[in-house]
Design a binder for this molecule. Structure first.
Ligand code: ADP
Length: 204
């Protein structure tokens, strides 16, 4: 069975009818995504995504936590990367983190105002990070709520963009990834994602 299919043994429109060969049905996209509330630096995934700034030389928020947990070698490697443009992504090792790699992406600065350009740039952060996952043959990745902290992107539209972009990408690249984790840190994001994930990734 190719990895993107599963067999539903129960009878039904997608399952095996009496006397028929079992039908391969597309895997549920909801099987590939998780919501986790807490510190991204403890996750044992192939890559965690860092909401970095364009210098890649450290900042506050999740970036500060990731550098602290990964140790000084992460800073040294970031120093060789020559920064990163908004919407783009670059990959480094994970050093002392349980994650093997860190994907550094730079979200748009919104400060409460979101125009078309900011929305597109935020979507590109997710797309370009996922492209690196695929390029490096990684199977699992965790995202923080990019741009919604210091960069001031409103939480709700940011979550919509994260979920919509990931859904579109996973649909197109269903063989390329086993798990995409949305790592929220705040109660408000947890509530937003919990409600939206069941809509973007229905379980049946
Ligand atoms: P940005 O500059 O892109 O807005 P921030 O780091 O300020 O990035 O915030 C992005 C999100 O990361 C916010 O929701 C913030 O609460 C969250 N965050 C902060 N620390 C952590 C952490 N250790 N693990 C996961 N998420 C975190």
């Amino acid at each position: 069975i190719p990895t993107w299919t599963r067999h539903d043994k129960s009878k039904g429109k997608e399952g095996k009818e009496e006397g028929e060969e079992p039908k391969a049905v597309p895997v549920l996209l909801s099987d590939k995504v998780s919501l986790y509330k807490g510190d991204i630096t403890i996750l044992e995934v192939d890559a965690i995504v860092n909401a970095a700034n364009s210098t890649l030389l450290g900042g506050g928020g999740v970036d500060g936590c990731i550098h602290k947990a990964a140790g000084p070698c992460l800073y040294d490697e970031c120093h060789t990367l020559n920064g990163c443009e908004t919407g783009r992504a670059k990959i480094t090792c994970g050093y002392d983190l349980p994650a093997k790699y860190v994907i550094h992406t730079v979200g748009p600065v919104a400060r409460g105002h979101v125009g078309k350009a900011q929305k597109e740039l935020l979507s590109q952060c997710y797309q370009n990070s996922l492209a690196l996952v695929k390029e490096h043959g990684l199977r699992s990745v965790a995202f923080p709520c990019i741009s919604t902290g210091i960069y001031g992107f409103p939480n709700e539209p940011a979550a919509e963009i994260a979920l919509e972009t990931a859904k579109t990408w996973i649909k197109k690249n269903v063989n390329e990834v086993d798990r995409v984790v949305f790592c929220v840190f705040l109660d408000t994001d947890f509530k937003i994602y919990k409600e939206k994930m069941s809509r973007f990734f229905p379980q049946d």
